[in-house]
Structures are given as structure tokens and as C-alpha cells.
Design a protein around this ligand. Structure first.
Ligand code: SF4
Length: 354
């Protein structure tokens, strides 16, 4: 185990991906080795993100009554979960919610709506909402998560001031047909690409606790890495009664931490966010998660409640971390520097790089 962890840290500090064998060995490690795993991945987290924790707040813009059938989702077609159901909220209400988020330390506001994907009218509504939020908080990052996206709608969101677009891959390609039949894994990969190509910061992650094997976890992590997201939400299934996965309580805090450690090693300099299920699956080990992820959601989730925002802030302070300010850059500068626009070869006066 010490050799594996040293090798993983060396690779991650060089922004290199572990091998499949290394990733599997990490997931298979014993509980006795857990603190060593957290310490090793924590070195990578501190190297790229110091002791900053980015806070994000979800605004559920439209809740329930989705025509899609994602098995994990309380808003799915036929869900018997007793969740709030409402149509698009008013832009002013979303802006009021953003006020509370920013006052609580949130740097990013995530506008989420149920549904297969936005219509033109939906994009218009979201654009009005983004303008209302940005008028009050020009520096807050606005992310939208609206489902499958076309290039034209992505460009309209960008023009409206949207910074990021979230679309999770959720589970491995091999498992995807077991959790959803109304759209495909390829649809999801395509939307992440569309958002990225439009200039939106890609946010794409996973849900664990749905019966996946270690091989599925690794497949998904590597597939996500190929999409090269700037931020990677790691959800742990919230098993809502009234959904097909309502009885699935498979996760232990130790497994959640090993998965988070793996994601830190696979995404050393990307924003890894502990998302839904943090409180119910990590439970008293939540502070250890902060040594792996550099970002969490503050407050409530889409249809379930999180712990009090004040408890999140206390936990961050107690664990020796600080809330990332709006003026701070989340991603290491070198990550942006990886993309260099070509200014040599064809189309320039300079010779080609060959
Ligand atoms: S598309 Fe989104 S809102 Fe609809 S069922 Fe799937 S996860 Fe839930």
C-alpha cells in the first residue's frame, strides 16, 4: 500500500492519470489503510487547492414531473416519492435564493430544472434568471443543469452570462441501460461536449451506491476524465422511497472516502465536489471528505434537505479549512495554461511545430 500511494501521489502531482490496476487497487484497499489513503490524496488536494473549500448552492428551478425515467431520481416519471412539485420559479425568487447563498459564502449558484432538456422558452426563462442574479452579484458563478442541450441553446446560455453547465454521466456506460431507458450514455457524453464546445465550463460527475462494481467506478472515472470537466460532482445515492432504488443502502463512509480519493487522483487539479448524499453516507466522517474534495454543496439538495448551512461552515472551520472567496481562482492557473491557442504553422507567418 505505501508504494501504491506514493506512486499515485507522484502521478497526480504531475497531472497524470493512474493506471486501471492502480485505481482498482486503491478501491480494494482495506479499512485499516483508510487514513493513509486520505493522507495521500490529501497531499494532492492541498498541492492544487491549499485549504480552500468552494461552496455551491442548488436552486431547483422546476421540480418533479420529469418524463425521463432515471432510476435514482425522485423527480422521475412515475416517482411515488413525496417531493415538491412545481413549475418554473420566478427569476426574482431565484435571485432572492442566490442572495442567501452568497451571504452564506457560496461562490457558485447552480440553477437546476427537471426535464429531458430545455426548450427555447426555458432557455429564455433561465436567461432572465441569470440576468437577475448577476445584476445583484456580478461575480457569482452561475451554473445551469437543464438536461440534454443543443449547441444553439448552449450558446444562448453563454451569452446570457451562464458560466458553467452541469450534466453528469452518473454511472458506467455498461450500467447505463440499467438506470435509464429514455436517453443513453452517449446522449449524456454528447451534451457535456456541446456545453464545452460552446465555451461553458463543463461540470460532469457521478452517482455511486447504485450497485456498481469497482470496475464500473474506474470505468466511469476514466470516461469522465476523457470529457475533461472543470468540476466533478461526486454524488452518493439518496435512496428515496418511491423510486426503484429506494431500498439501496450499499455505501459505507469508508467506501465513499475511497471513491473520493480515487477521484482526487484521477482529477488532481479539477474541482472535485462532494454532492448529494454527503450527510447520509459519510455521516461523522464528512470532515475527512474535505481532505479529498475541494468543493461541497451548501444547504439543501434538489428534493431533500442537507444539514444546516451553519453546520457546514462550522465543519469547514473545525477541520482547518477556509471558504473560498469570490475573488479566488478555483482552478490552478496551470490548468488553464494547458490550452494554448495555436499561433504558428498554417494561417500564421511562423513555421509549423514539427
Ligand atoms: S432527466 Fe433529470 S430530472 Fe429527469 S429523471 Fe433524469 S435525473 Fe431526474
Amino acid at each position: 500500500m505505501p508504494v501504491l500511494l506514493d506512486d499515485l501521489v507522484t502521478l497526480a502531482l504531475a497531472r497524470q492519470v493512474p493506471t486501471r490496476e492502480q485505481a482498482l487497487a486503491l478501491l480494494e484497499s482495506e479499512d485499516d489503510d483508510l487514513l493513509d489513503v486520505v493522507a495521500a490524496a490529501g497531499r494532492v488536494r492541498r498541492h492544487f487547492f491549499a485549504n480552500r473549500v468552494k461552496l455551491n448552492l442548488i436552486v431547483n428551478m422546476k421540480s418533479g414531473l420529469c418524463p425521463e425515467d432515471c432510476a435514482y431520481c425522485s423527480q422521475r416519471r412515475g416517482s411515488a416519492a413525496d417531493v415538491l412539485q412545481y413549475n418554473w420559479i420566478d427569476p426574482a425568487l431565484a435571485a432572492d435564493t442566490a442572495d442567501r447563498a452568497v451571504a452564506g459564502g457560496a461562490k457558485r449558484v447552480c440553477l437546476v430544472a427537471s426535464g429531458r432538456g430545455p426548450t427555447d422558452r426555458d432557455v429564455q426563462r433561465v436567461a432572465e434568471t441569470v440576468r437577475a442574479i448577476k445584476a445583484r452579484h456580478p461575480n457569482v458563478e452561475v451554473c445551469t443543469s437543464l438536461g440534454l442541450l443543443t449547441a444553439e441553446r448552449a450558446e444562448r446560455l453563454l451569452a446570457a452570462g451562464v458560466y458553467a453547465y452541469n450534466h453528469n454521466l452518473n454511472t458506467s456506460e455498461a450500467n447505463y441501460g440499467d438506470i435509464c431507458t429514455t436517453h443513453t450514455y452517449a446522449d449524456r457524453v454528447d451534451t457535456v461536449r456541446v456545453a464545452k464546445d460552446a465555451g461553458l465550463s463543463p461540470c460532469s460527475g457521478a452517482i455511486f451506491g447504485m450497485g456498481e462494481t469497482d470496475a464500473d467506478v474506474v470505468d466511469l472515472a476514466f470516461s469522465l476524465r476523457r470529457s475533461d470537466p472543470d468540476s466533478v460532482p461526486v454524488n452518493f445515492l439518496i435512496p428515496f422511497e418511491g423510486t426503484p432504488l429506494g431500498g439501496e443502502w450499499q455505501l459505507t463512509p469508508q467506501r465513499c472516502l475511497r471513491i473520493l480519493a480515487l477521484f482526487r487522483f484521477v482529477f488532481p487539479d479539477s474541482e472535485v465536489r462532494i454532492a448529494g448524499g454527503r450527510e447520509i453516507h459519510l455521516r461523522s466522517l464528512q470532515p475527512l471528505g474535505l481532505h479529498l474534495a475541494n468543493s461541497i454543496f451548501l444547504g439543501d439538495y434538489l428534493t431533500s434537505e442537507g444539514q444546516a448551512g451553519s453546520a457546514d461552515l462550522q465543519m469547514i472551520a473545525d477541520a482547518g479549512f477556509v471558504v473560498e472567496g469570490q475573488e479566488d481562482e478555483t482552478l490552478p492557473a496551470a490548468r488553464r495554461d494547458l490550452v494554448t491557442l495555436r499561433r504558428r504553422g498554417p494561417g500564421t507567418a511562423l513555421p509549423a511545430n514539427a
